[in-house]
Design a protein around this ligand. Sequence first.
Ligand SMILES: NC(=O)c1ccc[n+]([C@@H]2O[C@H](COP(=O)([O-])OP(=O)(O)OC[C@H]3O[C@@H](n4cnc5c(N)ncnc54)[C@H](OP(=O)(O)O)[C@@H]3O)[C@@H](O)[C@H]2O)c1
Length: 216
Amino acid sequence: MRIVILGAGDIGSTLGRKWARAGHTIAFGVRNPLSEQAQSLRAELGEQILIGSPAEALAESDVVLLAVPGSAVKELIAAHAQLLNHKIVIDATNQMVKGKTAATKQWQGQGALNSLSTLQTQAPDAQVYRAFNSYAWEAFAEPIYHGIQADLFYCGPEGDARAVVEQLIAEIGLRPVRLGGLEQIEVVDEILRLWGTLALIQDWGRDNVAFKVLTR
Ligand SMILES: NC(=O)c1ccc[n+]([C@@H]2O[C@H](COP(=O)([O-])OP(=O)(O)OC[C@H]3O[C@@H](n4cnc5c(N)ncnc54)[C@H](OP(=O)(O)O)[C@@H]3O)[C@@H](O)[C@H]2O)c1
């Protein structure tokens, strides 16, 4: 697959690294392709990845992962709406800033954490999925906890694109658990609030919390 990752920070680089190793073609879109962060990714992953502007990265792609700070998402989607239309777009972004204090404050009475409404307005023909937003990047780097594989809750439409998204989740090392279509997006985002309550507010540790559904 040709995967575009908009944002090459903690979450974008963690997922991109694993998908590159799984054999996909990865293009990162950032504001400054010459930044230290971008260049160290280039040094690590070599010529098999492209790091350019969002427009350069989006030129040829099947799947797009949104992995920029929440404050940047709206403008980024509006500026590249045509290039997002008709593609699988996975929203991993959260409308919040990093850190425990900020998270605690922001979760109290705040609106949507996701950017679904912007995507549906600006790029109505994109196939949108909500995934990779509910754990810290550390869980994606190492998703096995005492020998147990973590589950990743996601939502989005049925169909061929669903299989693509499930494959991408599995390649990161988690078991995909679909909660339904996009009408379930707030349920996915409640998982982030639950994760943050334990990992950040109750101080269990951001690299120390993920979830598993038990069934019989
Ligand atoms: N960190 C986590 O553990 C985690 C987990 C799940 C979800 N998330 C979500 O994922 C998103 C990214 O978080 P992060 O921690 O990876 O952030 P980060 O480490 O600060 O990285 C942000 C990346 O986005 C790029 N960027 C910023 N503004 C941009 C713009 N306008 N256009 C294109 N690229 C832009 C930055 O590069 P330039 O400055 O060069 O543009 C950088 O590569 C956030 O919405 C966050 O809530 C994070």
